[in-house]
Design a protein around this ligand. Structure first.
Ligand SMILES: C[S@@+](CC[C@H](N)C(=O)[O-])C[C@H]1O[C@@H](n2cnc3c(N)ncnc32)[C@H](O)[C@@H]1O
Length: 259
């Protein structure tokens, strides 16, 4: 196991469920994470021959590309920074399209690390009397260097889920599919995912040549929509949300038996 940590906290991030998912992975040649977010499963699992992470969020995939290709320049952006509400507000007010890719990645990383509850879609400055900031400016180089090494041979895609599944579906592919939770479809922005997408996703997964593991919250709607597949209930705790640390039920859904 590589058992690294993702450099990001992310809404719906699977830092606590990753080990249970990795234990259930069958042999495969190509690993494709369709809704990557902070990619906790990729960072924790052993390397596969070919690996792809995909997310529709362009800020996120630009960050991964800069960590992979421009580590030194990205780290240099943080040289004289502080964790402060002023700096947070300044970053928030900068239009990403007017920045270079490296400045854009630094803006996104700063906001993701310093926002309350990792709500990057509508970020607010996170500050607490009981915990230090999640952005440790003294360790940024170390943290991002580990991610750089892990991402050095990973393909990074920025496509809607259906296109990336279609592109990489082969008999030797394992997809890890971690869409927004049922009931939280709008958490990652308007127009990227809707309730109807669950049925669409079930239809696409039904015709797959490769294998998949899908994780979702255990709700009647999820059980009904994915009733045609093998399902296993598992327990975890949310890492980031108003319900952080509460035990919650999730389901893992598969199109294969055993490992
Ligand atoms: C539950 S999170 C993934 C969390 C991830 N497994 C982790 O450990 O951090 C869902 C992700 O799906 C992405 N997403 C939402 N709609 C999408 C779409 N239509 N196509 C691709 N990605 C999408 C969001 O940007 C978000 O990062």
């Amino acid at each position: 196991m590589t058992q690294q940590k993702s450099p990001l906290a992310w809404l719906g991030g699977k830092s606590r469920l990753a080990d249970q998912i990795i234990e259930r992975m069958p042999a495969h040649q190509t690993y494709c994470e369709v809704f990557a977010g902070a990619a906790w499963v990729l960072f924790k699992k052993p390397e596969s021959k070919v690996e792809i992470i995909n997310d529709i969020n362009r800020e996120l995939t630009n960050l991964y590309r800069c960590v992979k290709h421009h580590l030194g320049e990205l780290v240099a952006q943080f040289r004289w920074m502080l964790v402060s509400r002023d700096e947070f507000d300044t970053f928030l007010s900068l239009p990403p399209d007017a920045l270079t890719d490296i400045q854009r990645a630094a803006r996104f990383f700063y906001l993701a690390k310093t926002s309350f509850g990792a709500k990057i879609h509508k970020p607010t400055f996170g500050i607490a009397a009981t915990a230090p900031p999640r952005l440790n400016l003294l360790r940024i180089e170390e943290e991002l260097s580990d991610a750089h090494v892990r991402l050095s041979r990973v393909f990074i895609e920025n496509k809607p889920y259906d296109q990336v599944i279609q592109r990489f579906d082969k008999p030797g592919t394992l997809f890890y599919v971690d869409p927004p939770y049922w009931g939280n479809e709008k958490d990652y922005g308007e127009g990227v995912f809707s309730r109807e997408d669950f049925a669409r996703l079930a239809g696409i997964l039904d015709g797959l040549k490769g294998k998949f593991i899908l994780s979702l919250n255990d709700t009647p709607g999820v059980r009904e929509t994915f009733a045609g597949f093998r399902m296993e209930a598992v327990k975890t705790r949310y890492s980031i949300s108003a319900k952080a640390n509460q035990a919650v039920g999730e389901v893992l859904i598969f199109n294969f038996k055993g490992r």
